[in-house]
Design a protein around this ligand. Structure first.
Ligand code: UT7
Length: 415
């Protein structure tokens, strides 16, 4: 029988820290209100050079160091995010390219704040089925880019960050023992961010607007601009309280654990009061709940993997611990996992250094492949049936720097 063990973990949060007082300077709120009603003291905020991919790559590198493996050993990369840099390529592909993980399949997963546990479930199932030996699961979000900074009921709550774990196949019992995934799309209008695809004219021959008219709408017209978050805070709060307790009971029943056997419960970090209510409902003391919301706010898909890293560092998460993780959020979605924590590997500094060298080599290889594709395009020309295509503008690198202009590339990229 195969088991999927968590053997590596890493996190990354943008440098810039935004305090409650800073937000209170431009929105009608206060440090006292935010702390008392949510438990949040500060959050990290992505700068111009940060992107979903750049913080994902940083977290992934840390996780690979702890796992003591090289990127080429990965068979699967999943990035759970609601704030990807592109609709496609996926953030997971950007991570794959940056790491030089040349044996990995890569895709993004959209399940809002439950995304990391969804990804953990997919990856552990792939490992248990024998599809791959190592998998990388990342939860990453730059939530400060989609909150409405004029809406005090949401803008105070969210922050940016990424967390990653490496899973390894093993015949030793333990690791991710069971997972449960759930959804209730009827609650989609409780918490959503609309894209602008729906507004785009469907004017391809013969369709003129029909697609937009028949697309299912999850919301009444609330005047929320595309790209901005809407949340019914009270309803989502009630949902969170119900789910955190209910999903915990369900996952321990499936795993065969009793409630008092849980050494640590790592919940999605949405509001400290949700944890306190679940603590009462489950008769599980608050000391068994891990929380770091005071330092990061709600980082959506990143909140659980960041909490894992901090729990390990602070000694709260130790070998042989029975751990329950519960995520809940937009969709509505929720998910839980029961994990038996393993023994950390000794950090291998040589592998750590090698992974930095490999990162540089992956960058060179990626650029070489891009150049090769351009050369191929020049040499062989366009495919017979298609008209000559203009050269594609180069994608900016995940760290915000633009790739250098190629010969013949439009001048507009210089702006
Ligand atoms: O990751 C996805 C999951 N997300 C969550 O789980 C979030 C769940 N919801 C919550 O955490 C809470 O509902 C909030 C923190 C969003 C709000 O806390 P609340 O205790 O439910 O407040 P409320 O919505 O009932 O509002 C109470 C009052 C209102 O004023 P009135 O109508 O009583 O005069 C709000 O306008 O607090 C006001 N208020 C604020 N006041 C100061 C709302 N936001 C703020 C604010 N500062 N930032």
């Amino acid at each position: 029988m195969r088991y999927a063990h968590i053997v590596g973990w890493g996190k990354s949060a943008p440098e810039r820290v935004v305090t409650n007082d800073e937000i209170a300077a431009f929105v009608d709120t206060s440090d006292t209100w935010i702390r008392e009603r949510s438990g949040i003291g500060q959050r990290h905020m992505a700068g111009a050079k940060d992107s979903c991919a750049s913080i994902s790559i940083a977290a992934a590198l840390e996780a690979l160091d702890v796992a003591n493996i090289s990127p080429s050993q990965l068979g699967l990369i999943i990035v759970a995010t609601s704030t990807p840099d592109y609709a496609f390529p996926s953030t997971a592909c950007l991570v794959q390219d940056a790491l030089g993980a040349d044996s990995a399949g890569a895709f993004d997963l959209s399940a809002a704040c439950s995304g990391f546990i969804y990804g953990l479930s997919m990856a552990s199932d792939a490992i248990k089925a024998g599809s791959c030996e190592y998998a990388l699961v990342i939860g990453a979000d730059v939530m400060t880019r989609l909150v409405n900074w004029a809406d005090r009921s949401t803008c105070v709550l969210f922050g940016d960050g990424a967390g990653a774990v490496v899973l390894q196949s093993s015949d030793q019992p333990g690791g991710v023992l069971s997972t449960i995934l759930r959804a209730d799309g009827s609650g989609g209008d409780m918490l959503y961010v609309r894209t602008n695809f729906r507004e785009m004219p469907a004017n391809v021959a013969g369709q003129d607007g029909a697609a937009a008219a028949t697309a299912p709408a999850i919301e009444e017209a609330k005047g929320i601009a595309p790209g901005h978050m809407y949340m019914n805070g009270r309803e989502v709060f009630r949902f969170g309280v119900r789910i955190l307790a209910g999903a915990t009971r369900e996952i321990i029943a499936r795993t065969g654990w009793e409630i008092d056997q849980i050494d640590l419960l790592i919940p999605h970090q949405a509001n400290i009061r949700i944890l306190e209510s679940a603590s009462k409902s489950l008769s599980l003391p608050m000391e068994r709940f891990y929380h770091n919301i005071e330092h990061y706010g709600n980082t959506s898909a990143a909140s659980i993997p960041i909490a894992i890293c901090d729990a390990v560092t602070s000694g709260r998460l130790r070998p042989n611990h029975k751990v329950v993780m519960v995520g809940f959020g937009g969709g509505l979605t929720w998910a839980s996992a029961a994990v038996e924590w393993g023994t950390p590997r000794a950090l291998n500094r040589a592998n750590r250094t090698m992974n930095r060298v490999r990162l540089g080599l992956a960058n060179v290889r990626s650029r070489a492949r891009r150049v090769l594709r351009r050369v191929e395009d020049r040499v062989f020309g366009s495919i017979e049936l298609s008209p000559a295509a203009p050269p594609a503008p180069a994608m900016p690198a995940p760290n915000g720097k633009s790739a250098p202009l190629a010969e013949g590339e439009p001048e507009t990229r210089r702006q």
